[in-house]
Design a binder for this molecule. Sequence first.
Ligand code: ATP
Ligand code: MG
Length: 563
Amino acid sequence: MNNTGKESRPLNFIETIIEEGLKNGKNEGRVHTRFPPEPNGYLHIGHAKSICLNFGLAEKYGGKCNLRFDDTNPVTEEVEYVDSIKEDIRWLGFDWEDREYYASDYFDLLYEFALKLIKNGKAYVDDQSVEAISEQRGTPTQSGTESPCRNRSIEENLELFEKMRNGEFAEGTHVLRAKIDMASPNMHMRDPVIYRIKHASHHRTGDTWCIYPMYDFAHGQSDYFEGITHSICTLEFEVHRPLYDWLVEELKESDYRPHQIEFARLNLSFTIMSKRRLLELVKKGYVRGWDDPRMPTICAFRRRGYTPEAIRFFAERVGVAKRDNVIDVALLEHTIREDLNMRANRVMAVLNPLKVVIINYPEDKVEWMETINNPEDENMGTRKIPFSRELLIEQDDFMEDPPKKFFRLSPGNEVRLKSAYIIKCEKVIKDNNGRIVELHCTYDPDTRSGGPQSNRKVKSTIHWLSSRHAFKAEIRLYDRLFNKEDPGEFDEGQDFISNLNPDSLEILDGYVEPSLKGSRPLEKFQFQRLGYFCVDPDSTEEKLVFNRTVTLRDTWARIQAKA
Ligand code: ATP
Ligand code: MG
């Protein structure tokens, strides 16, 4: 396995279907897919999976992938979402070229198609109440009953449908239904509604329409209009497939037909992926926005420091399944670590500072210590970091009364300062409340890299900063947003909000080494011994803001080692 997102593996079941079709000369050898988001929210990691699959297959088989906005519901859709979706797909590294389509582009064609169905006696206007229609649908084990409107004349249907279109009826009073089979064992075939009235402005068609096609009616037909060959969707649409095929069969004017193929949606442990719920988190202020780094959205991952390469590799790694499953979020985090390990410079940062004075080091002296940027890649070079008499170390790296296995700094004990000297703690200074405020240490001048004692072993190496050179930084530490493996599961009378982790964000005032001054948003670093961090756009000239991307603790690698 390598890190390029490509690993040799057997064909997945969709590739097998595609290759079989190509062998049999289906669709004149064309492979044409589409990614069909509904612009009613920001894209999340599940969508990323679908994007990688659709664009990836087109790439692999020399085909094309369209971007199509499924904008058939004027009430929930917004231009903000359209823009964010395009930005996120581009950022992931995919290109739909000039093929940016909207289901709303086809409203005229769909209307014509509805008329054709009516004229062929395959659709009728139903003016019963929503409740009556739903009651007549029956149950999975019991046939439905036919609507009293089912046998209206074609003329009457045409007239009523035109009145629907002209805005003469109120919402909810009339629908257009396909006339299929009320006794079908498949509920979706029991005269499904294909048009409804909505007196609402559409983000693209404005007030041109007050009737809107239902998803099932628009989707397959849009595939047909665009010449899609493989219409890949998630498993819940499997039961819609007979309707998809029925409608395409009614519409088709040649031998070409798009085919729907279903795969299992990506589910991640500790993660919510319903757009409705994500919207609730944003609207009610449980997070700071769609791009809050705790969200599973693509824009949040970007802000948190994930790279598009890592996300694409993850999508490839989880594969394509036919059965629903849940992927351990630790695998995603593991993939992010692997990726950042190769690309992030190792730098010094102290999150909870404790002052250290090197009492045998001259007051005004500064030495610039050479240090390696990334031990994984020598091409990433070296840089120099300042050392002086007053240092900052992590509070955790000192204990006044250490237990047996504590090998870091303690009274009378030595540690190595990474890329610098070995120091020894001589004295602990406390304030009036007994709080430790400062350590007095001595350093051993021979232990510097290149010095006669540079290889002298001590049990522990810690990170540090020169106090007067250190640069202020706000550090945002993220933990999982939910503390339950399946956040969609909750006790009666509760909702998914009750599974939120109250400690998912901790903000610290820390320090980083001076070379980081002037870092740009989204630059990525490994803070030695602490984790991977990424510069947040909230950063200013005076203060950098960092998001913790992931810690260094790799629970996935540990699980794998045990297995
Ligand atoms: P909702 O959250 O409202 O159910 P959705 O997730 O279906 O909506 P769409 O905008 O309709 O959102 O999705 C666009 C495409 O992304 C669809 O083809 C859908 O099947 C796919 N998709 C959505 N969620 C996932 C997921 N978790 N895994 C894989 N594909 C997904
Ligand atoms: Mg959907």
